[in-house]
Design a protein around this ligand. Structure first.
Ligand code: BES
Ligand code: ZN
Length: 888
């Protein structure tokens, strides 16, 4: 057996370390690109104006340009062609020694977009060309110092056949265009803002354009354009609305104005990620930008609004101020996720957004933090940077920014942001620079706080309260500890904002006074936990209170406080903080479900206490609570969250317990579910607003519960909804709940759905995903069959995500089948995909990295598969990094 011993990755020669950062030897002031587009052989001519960097560490370092899969056809220095012995090309680098301090370099390369299945650099999607350069894709277009601290001004001329590619786009403003004798035409673009190479983009194709405009706060008129394939021309309205909302929001909330005369969005079908913030030319995965009520769900509409916002917000948090190196990725991504979260919260329901974000964090980021892939928000090392676009860098990174705001207050935070943008405009900076701006603007010391960037792992905060009636004092003890993570055995204490309120028996928040204060002030406090353990004494507390802790999820920690079911039920019914109210319900449900898991394991008869049913009933039938919050409250914790709460994951017992609770609630509350379903089911035409979405969400939650009962009445409700629905939200909700049952109607309706939508790839993705998400025992077999369906395409990331991704990452009970078939299936797919698209392969395989959480049998099976991948010849460094770290 091969040796999979320790440290296989730490010693990997390809590992990059933050501590090794050095400023570039040369800077590029201007780059002029001429790109002659041809799917089989595209000729790229690049002219660079280069200067030695005064900040470089040594005065005589050579110029190093990155390049990957390029054919070099010419190289000239100050107009003079170099011969092959005057430069070196090795290991992805072109090295030039002894250059003058100021020099012009001309480089000609040939690339092959039609062979590019990795979808990094320049590639072909359908009949169009497009690029993806973040993080290190520009080096697949031409030789260049492909690192974000080299910022240059770009002038780009695109040349292509006029009939096939009438639209030619790049960053900045169009400055010139013309036609050639051979049927080709050209367009020149100029981007006045210096930018790192990862923000370069081009798009070419026969595209429909919808135009709009936006007047900025200073009165400038900005032209907005969205480019899509002609068949999608009717799907652009929501994206343009969202864009205008985002532009306005960033002016009002951060004082940030757009800076070019034109802003363009493009939709492409083949895209590894959701979207990309290229300067002035944001490129979107078609699934993250196109929508009509008939083809897109509420979740899609919501997601599109937030992702359009996200990429637009990068114009300041990412583009004008960018990252010094890729270890600083959270500088732009964590901050921009925080910005898009607040954008969504302001435009829709704030509590619903917070709940959704915390759910994601708990079910994915906490799991990552507890896995061999755990890493700090600012990682210390990586082999392949694409593997570090993670929930930790993004979502925990956003929580870190949120905590800064919690600690310095909203006004202080705005001042800090103003200072950050002003101080660093046009620069490539670090997370330390970001924190320094927050400190300097407010005079608040965040030095201890910075451990959130450097230490991985989810801190556990334990809370204990003690009330003394005699002294009228409520003593709250908070302590913290953080489990070890790879390379970090011991952690220093974090600086943790813990928002607290004390509730009386009616749920009213009491006025607060801490020992030593003169008077009471406010009914909630942001306590600051800095030590391993700290005591907070609230005085003048007349009756024994119930503490509501970590309100609004004020820090990304696990909170441990012994709570009785009664206390949780009280908070679930009464906490004035909507987040904590929801959280109490989730804790109550988790405690109940984990108890049931133990019953399943002992072979006991399962029982659900009346008290639990009544607590849920009271929420369901609540007359004043927002429908969206009721939906959230009645959604049981996911199987993966319950897995994270267990010491050793028993996937089958968790599944059984959760289905049992669903069925019990559905049986006991059938009439209520049915009644509420009908009351929220109306024939209104589709509108995307918080109230209509809330209605649909509660109605479809009721439908989901009703369908757990297999009563004829429930089926009829489902079939009627499928027949009558005129929006995808209702159709998909009904079809997904139907897909959980092996009734003849299930296949009929799936078939009809396919017939109706086969022309629309985005809808067909949903059709694949519904089937892959079914809990029916033969789901894997179905997934395997669907791999051969004519609508499935292995080279299209959306198809892979819909079918394989959905099964392996979001169908816990079927993927983790005890016979290991799911693991073998995943491995076969990963090995095949790794040759086509390493980024996608690495993402898929990461689900195996949590193997240690499972029982011995599954551990063995998963390890076997991980080793099978590692021993395959020539795996990509993307996949190698995830697999080898998982086994370490
Ligand atoms: N800059 C990223 C896109 C990206 C990610 C490029 C990884 C290359 C590698 C973009 O701003 C982004 O973060 N997109 C997210 C969506 C967003 C709403 C969090 C995505 O694509 O998932
Ligand atoms: Zn981003």
């Amino acid at each position: 057996m091969a040796d999979f011993g320790k440290d296989s990755t730490a010693s990997d020669p390809r590992t990059q370390y933050l501590k090794d950062y050095q400023p570039p030897a040369y800077l590029v002031e201007d780059i002029t690109l001429r790109i002659e587009l041809d799917p089989a052989a595209t000729r790229v001519t690049s002219r660079l104006t280069i200067k030695r960097n005064p900040a470089a560490q040594a005065p005589d370092q050579p110029l190093q340009l990155d390049g990957q899969e390029l054919e070099l056809t010419a190289l000239r220095v100050d107009g003079i062609a170099l011969t092959e012995n005057e430069y070196q090309v090795e290991e992805g680098k072109l090295v030039l020694e002894d250059l003058p301090d100021d020099v012009t370099l001309e480089i000609e390369t040939v690339i092959h977009p039609d062979r590019n299945t990795a979808l990094e650099g320049l590639y072909v999607s359908g009949d169009m060309f497009c690029t993806q350069c973040e993080a290190e894709g520009f080096r697949r277009i031409t030789f260049f110092p492909d690192r974000p601290d080299v910022m240059a001004r770009y002038t780009t001329t695109l040349v292509a056949d006029k009939n096939r590619y009438p639209v030619l786009l790049s960053n900045g403003n169009p400055v010139e265009q013309g036609e050639m004798d051979d049927g080709r035409h050209w367009v020149s673009w100029q981007d006045p803002f210096p930018k790192p190479s990862y923000l370069f983009a081009l798009v070419a194709g026969d595209l429909f354009c919808r135009e709009d405009s936006f007047q900025t706060c200073s009165g400038r008129q900005v032209t907005l354009k969205i480019f899509v394939e002609h068949e999608n021309r009717h799907k652009c309205a929501h994206a343009l609305d969202s864009l205008k909302q985002a532009m306005k929001w960033d002016e009002e909330t951060y004082g940030r104005e757009y800076d070019l005369d034109i802003f363009m969005l493009v939709a492409v079908n083949d895209f590894n990620m959701g979207a990309m913030e290229n300067k002035g030319l944001n490129i979107f995965n078609a699934s993250c930008v196109l929508a009509t009520p008939e083809t897109a769900t509420d979740a899609d509409y919501y997601n599109i609004q937030s992702i359009i916002g996200h990429e637009y917000f990068h114009n300041w948090s990412g583009n004008r101020v960018t990252c010094r190196d890729w270890f600083q990725l959270s500088l732009k991504e964590g901050f921009t996720v925080f910005r898009d979260q607040e954008f969504s919260a302001d435009l829709n329901s704030r509590p619903v957004k917070r709940i959704a974000d915390v759910n994601l964090l708990r079910s994915h980021q906490f799991a990552q933090d507890a896995s061999p892939m755990a890493h700090p928000v600012r990682p210390d090392s990586y082999i392949e940077i694409s593997n570090f676009y993670t929930v930790t860098v993004y979502n925990k990174g956003a929580e870190v920014v949120r905590m800064i705001r919690n600690l310095i207050g909203s006004d202080g935070f705005r001042k800090g942001c103003d200072l950050y943008f002003q101080r660093h405009d046009g620069q490539a900076v670090t997370t330390d620079d970001f924190v320094a701006a927050m400190e300097d603007a407010t005079d608040i010391d965040l030095s201890q706080f910075k451990r959130w960037y450097s230490q991985a792992g989810t801190p556990l905060v334990s809370a204990a309260g003690h009330y003394d009636a005699q002294t009228e004092c409520y003593q709250l003890t908070l302590s913290q500890q953080c489990p070890p993570t790879p390379g970090q055995e011991l952690k220093a204490p974090f600086h943790i904002p813990v928002e607290v309120a004390l509730l009386d028996t009616t749920g009213r928040a009491l006025a607060l006074k801490l020992e030593g204060e003169n008077a009471t002030s406010g009914t909630h406090r942001m306590l600051e936990l800095r030590e391993n353990s700290q005591q907070f004494n609230f005085v003048g507390v007349k009756t024994s209170p119930v503490a509501s802790l970590l309100r609004g999820f004020s820090a990304p920690v696990k909170l441990d406080m012994a709570r009785s079911d009664e206390e949780l039920a009280f908070l679930f019914a009464n906490d004035p903080d909507p987040f904590n109210r929801w959280d109490a319900g989730q804790r109550l449900a988790s405690q109940t479900l984990l108890q049931l898991v133990r019953q399943v394991q002992h072979g006991d008869t399962l029982t659900l206490e009346d008290r639990f049913i009544h607590a849920f009933q009271a929420t369901l039938e609540h007359s004043t609570l927002d429908a969206a919050l009721i939906t959230q409250a009645l959604t049981l914790p996911s199987e993966s969250y319950l897995a994270d709460q267990s010491d050793s994951v028993d996937v089958d017992a968790i599944h059984t317990a959760r289905v049992f609770v669903h069925q019990q609630l559905a049986d006991h509350l059938f009439d209520s579910f049915l009644d509420i379903y009908h009351r929220h089911n109306d024939d209104e035409s589709y509108r995307f607003d918080a109230a209509s979405m809330a209605k649909r969400s509660l109605k479809n939650l009721c439908l989901g519960y009703l369908m757990e009962t297999i009563r004829g009445e429930a089926r009829n409700v489902c079939f009627t909804q499928l027949e009558k629905s005129h929006n995808m939200t209702d159709t998909l909700a009904a079809l997904s709940s139907l897909a959980q049952h092996d009734w003849s109607e299930t296949d009929d309706y799936l078939q009809r759905f396919y017939q109706q939508w086969q022309h629309d790839p985005q809808v067909i993705d949903k059709w694949f995903a519904i089937q892959a998400g079914s809990r029916l025992p033969d789901t894997l077999q179905r997934v395997k069959t669907l791999l051969n369906h004519p609508a499935f395409r292995f080279t299209n990331p959306n198809k892979v995500r819909a079918l394989i991704g959905r099964f392996c990452m979001a169908n816990q009970v079927r993927f983790h089948a005890a016979d290991g078939e799911g693991y073998r299936f995943l491995t076969d797919q990963v090995l095949a995909l790794d040759k086509i698209n390493p980024q996608m392969a690495a993402r898929l395989v990461s689900t195996l990295s949590r193997w240690r959480r499972f029982d011995a049998n599954r551990q063995d099976l998963m390890q076997t598969e991980l080793k099978r991948i590692l021993s395959a010849p020539e795996i990509s460094k993307d996949t190698f990094e995830i697999v080898s770290k998982s086994l370490d």
